[in-house]
Ligand binder design. Structure first.
Ligand SMILES: NC(=O)c1ccc[n+]([C@@H]2O[C@H](COP(=O)([O-])OP(=O)(O)OC[C@H]3O[C@@H](n4cnc5c(N)ncnc54)[C@H](O)[C@@H]3O)[C@@H](O)[C@H]2O)c1
Length: 454
């Protein structure tokens, strides 16, 4: 295929060389004459392992060229890839100036082109940017999105230093699109690469790189805080983290990673506090670890806030313990929610087949007696009658019996902490604690836009 790449920095230069190496003809576009000259002389614009060899070879084969003329590049390519910089403003917003300039240039060029154009954003951009870019192209070209051109988000996951190797071994290839034809065409570009090609919504693709990099930064900071505590105790932190990483069931795994409700139970809150106190006593600062409890409290407050949007309704809690299949109420976040709502005069009934108040003993009994001493009066033994009698159902645990009854929930307001069943998401009165756009008014802004307009 004939490709144009806007921006010949780290991402653009690597993509230019590697795409050509995979059999495509690639035209690089940059505002820097120096970078354009380098490519046209068979030299890379960056220092990066193996890219010098690839650029030299492809230059010899005549598969790559570069220009400052955006019009030429668009007219001679089926796919435009945007890989210009998206630096932070001093305020921390994203500066999308370069992206929008390229969008305008592409739009102007499309005035002179009949063929359908795919425009792929490879740069890291915030959700909503693709829509904004499409609007700029529409205005500059006088042509319609998804008629004359389509916009696709295709974030780059390479790391500097191993960029070529990363390009050829991506963990996955992500394509965000509202246009099937464009997504398929872009997918063909990467058909020789290993890893799954995932096609998804534009905004999901746009947010992905931020989620990935934020997590990578979190991993590093968590490892460093653990290291600092271990070091203060004379423990070899690398031995600790080597063993930590060997647990592929709970530690390095999908487990615990799905958005939902707060954690609770007898272990996580206690052991987190224990580690924090240890660090504190050693005079080791651990702000990342200290923030975990604060985030958990926010999740409990969030749940209370959502339920309080339905005042004077009969509330039915499906599950009260901290997770399915146990009667452990200690530090169950749902107990905190029920306690807070009872204090505000809410009318609450609870069904939890695992809880029999006469059987609760020890610290479990003490915990509930201190918070909801009259729990037995709120408990209902029949799930069907709880569902029928409630106006708002609050799903707190992922019990199979709740799933089996999900079709009976349709005339209720459903507040779901556990994403019980995908079919519930279609209900008109359904609210997922943090996967439902009903919770917040949808944010249709692109951060950084103001900076650009100024
Ligand atoms: N560097 C990385 O490791 C990496 C990895 C993944 C994603 N990204 C993302 O990719 C994007 C590009 O990053 P980079 O490190 O390659 O940036 P960079 O600063 O190295 O290169 C950007 C290039 O764009 C050019 N440019 C600016 N305006 C232009 C215009 N109007 N037309 C044509 N070219 C123009 C600049 O001259 C420059 O050569 C960023 O959004 C970045 O966050 C970077």
């Amino acid at each position: 295929m004939n490709i144009s790449i806007f921006g010949l920095g780290y991402v653009g230069c690597v993509s230019l060389g590697c795409l050509a190496n995979n059999g495509h003809r690639v035209i690089g576009v940059d505002v820097s004459q120096n970078k354009v000259d380098l490519i046209n002389n068979g030299k890379p614009t960056i220092i990066e392992k193996d890219i010098d060899i690839i650029i030299a070879e492809q230059h010899k084969l005549g598969t790559i060229s570069a220009t400052t003329n955006a019009m030429d590049a668009v007219l001679n390519s089926e796919i435009c890839i945007i890989a210009v910089g998206t630096p932070s403003t001093p305020q921390g917003h994203l500066n999308l100036k370069y992206i929008f300039q390229v969008a305008e240039n592409i739009g102007k060029a499309l005035r002179n082109k009949e063929e359908f154009q795919v425009v792929a954003i490879r740069s890291t951009v915030l959700p909503g940017t693709c829509d904004k870019v499409a609007a700029i192209i529409e205005e500059a070209s006088g042509k319609k999105r998804n008629v004359a051109f389509a916009i696709v988000d295709n974030p780059e996951f390479l790391r500097e230093g191993t960029a070529v190797e990363d390009y050829y071994n991506p963990p996955l290839t992500l394509i965000g699109s509202d246009n099937k034809e464009a997504a398929e065409k872009l997918g063909q570009l990467y058909s020789k690469l290993p890893g799954e090609i995932i096609t998804t919504d534009l905004k999901v693709a746009e947010v992905m790189k931020y989620v990935n990099n934020t997590f990578h930064a979190l991993k590093i900071s968590f490892g460093n805080e653990v290291g600092n505590v271990c070091s203060a105790l004379g423990i070899d932190s690398h031995q600790v983290m080597d063993i930590f990483c060997k647990d592929k069931q709970l530690n390095i795994s999908n487990y615990y990673f799905k958005p939902g409700f707060a954690y609770g139970g007898s272990c996580l809150p206690k052991d987190l506090k224990g580690f924090q106190t240890l660090a504190h006593d050693l005079y080791v600062k651990t702000p990342v670890i200290d923030g975990i409890g604060a985030t958990n409290e926010i999740q409990i407050e969030r749940a209370i806030d959502i339920i309080q949007r339905y005042p004077n309704k009969k509330l039915g809690f499906l599950g009260l313990s901290f997770k399915a299949g146990t009667d452990d109420l200690r530090n169950s976040p749902a107990v905190r929610v029920v306690e807070a709502l009872l204090g505000k005069g809410a009318n609450i009934n609870i069904y939890d087949k695992n809880i029999n108040t006469t059987m609760l003993t020890g610290t479990n009994r003490d915990y509930i007696d201190a918070r909801i001493p009259h729990l037995s009066k709120l408990l209902v033994s029949d799930l069907n009658s709880l569902v029928q009698d409630s106006e708002v159902l609050i799903i707190n645990t992922k019990e199979e019996e709740f799933k089996a009854l999900a079709s009976e929930f349709s005339d209720k307001i459903i507040i779901d902490f556990v994403r019980l069943d995908e079919s519930l998401l279609n209900n008109e009165n359904y609210i997922g604690i943090n996967w439902s756009s009903v919770v917040e008014d949808q944010q249709n802004f692109v951060s950084g836009e103001d900076t650009v307009l100024n």
